[in-house]
Design a protein around this ligand. Structure first.
Ligand SMILES: Cc1ncc(COP(=O)(O)O)c(C=O)c1O
Length: 439
């Protein structure tokens, strides 16, 4: 076992982490297989979060591991600009086929954040190449999370992620968030109340003028803010208003794509076609970092003008379509297909829903929400100490052998799609035990 002496931990400035607390009492993971991690103190930890919403096929799948091993010996890297390698095209074709309608062109990135920056830039540039240079404004939503780039932070709506970083991008506005405990608490699946919140987009259009708005970006189900499930007909209404004013609709599916709702995408689940989809995480089962932006054909086509030796979109990353990521992505999509994991998730959703709502009535629980294999368990905050109870719940779950995520006082769950019913029971029994002993 590696040393965890305080001095050994000091240099690493950990992301989105309480560094001082962690370094005083580290939680180190050293192995993973299936739905379990092994901690440095040799305990089995049930992975209630698929890593960070990303290891959808479970850990250490031999087929993905071997594909990456083979790739690294065959072609380790190929330049991403003005050169290509076959697997990048193959993966783009496979991904395009998974997405609904004419969402059929794929731009590769290395993360969800890069996918969001890419999608926002494509949206602004699209209007420009169509001769609508004034269409630059971006609309996000309160409590949205779109990664950590300046664009994503600007359209994002989680105040703690924004307040340190100054005025952010100009020309950004926000829809109201969609969760209201008074009207929606303990909803199973999509809440009945809240479709009217989409009409706020009409107000934003009225304020700024449709001709200035490039795109609206939303997570179909908000994940990082604590699993906020969209009200019934809300997303349909947003789509209709975007259509009315020729505003692009971007679904940020970094969490919801690849089976989380029992379908390849949330767009498919809700039966709504956005103009762009951002994804990452489950695309490669997190074995190699990768993200992608999938755009509708007319958007791609609009850029294909001018002399044919000219670069149509001056944007991209050294590691766009990296061979290892493409090998991991192709193997991952094979696993999803061969093991029917999206269908498996769909089949488990009602068992999952019952397990989530079995926590009703336990101490501190003020709301329970679910969709597909996602859940949010909202705990009452301690007076004057927001997030403290949630953080303690997270620590106690880890002590008892379950990895959960918390955002403030909300526990968020998103297990690997290979989870068994007995393991769902184990997860919720640990959480129930923790809630009973928590102050
Ligand atoms: C909806 C959404 N967008 C973007 C991101 C950022 O992805 P990454 O951390 O890979 O940059 C996340 C991460 O959780 C996310 O949930």
């Amino acid at each position: 076992m590696q040393s965890t002496a305080a001095a050994d931990l000091e240099s690493y400035w950990m992301p989105f982490t309480a560094n001082r607390q962690f370094k005083a009492a580290p939680r180190l993971l050293v192995e993973a297989k299936g739905v379990y991690y092994t901690s440095a103190d040799d305990r089995r930890i049930l992975d209630g979060t698929a890593g960070m919403w990303c290891v959808n096929a479970g850990h250490g799948d031999r087929r993905i591991v071997e594909a990456v091993q083979h790739q690294v010996t065959e072609l380790d890297y190929s330049p991403a600009f003005q050169m290509g390698h076959p697997k990048a095209f193959e993966l783009a074709n496979r991904l395009a086929r998974l997405m609904p309608g004419d969402l059929d062109h794929v731009f590769f990135t290395n993360s969800g954040s890069e996918s969001v920056e890419t999608a926002l830039k494509i949206a602004i540039a699209y209007h420009r190449v169509c001769g609508q240079a004034m269409c630059t404004r971006l609309i996000g939503r309160e409590r949205g999370y779109h990664g950590v780039g300046l664009g994503g932070t600007s359209v994002g709506g989680m105040v703690n992620n924004r307040r340190l970083f100054g005025s952010l991008l100009a020309g950004v506005d926000h829809l109201p968030q969609t969760h209201d405990r008074e009207h929606q608490a303990f909803s199973r699946g999509q809440p009945e109340w809240g479709v009217h919140l989409a009409d706020e987009l009409e107000c934003i259009v009225g304020l700024h003028g449709a001709e200035t708005i490039s795109a609206v970006i939303v997570e179909p189900v908000a994940g990082s803010a604590g699993v906020l499930v969209p009200p019934k007909r809300y997303l349909e209404r947003l789509r209709a208003i975007c259509d009315k004013y020729s505003i692009l609709l971007i679904f940020d599916e970094v969490i919801t794509a690849f089976g989380r709702l029992g379908t390849a995408s949330a767009a498919e689940y809700f039966g709504i076609q956005p103009d762009l989809i951002t994804c990452a995480k489950g695309l490669t089962n997190a074995v190699v970092p990768m993200g992608a932006v999938v755009v509708r054909k007319p958007i791609y086509d609009a850029f294909m003008q001018g002399p044919n030796y000219a670069i149509e979109l001056p944007h991209g990353y050294t590691y766009s379509g990296h061979p290892l990521a493409c090998a991991a992505g192709l193997a991952t999509l094979d696993v999803y297909r061969d093991d029917k994991l999206f269908q498996r998730a769909a089949g488990l959703a009602s068992y999952w829903e019952s397990a989530v709502h079995s926590l009703k009535g336990l101490p501190h629980v003020v709301d329970l929400r679910n969709l597909g294999l996602l859940a949010g368990i909202e705990l009452e905050s301690r007076l004057g100490k927001p997030s403290e109870r949630g953080f303690e719940a997270f620590l106690k779950c880890f002590e008892k052998g379950a990895l959960v995520r918390t955002t403030g006082d909300i526990i968020a769950l998103s297990p690997p799609l290979i989870i068994e019913k007995a393991q769902i029971d184990q997860l919720f029994s640990i959480i129930a035990d923790v809630l009973k002993v928590l102050d």
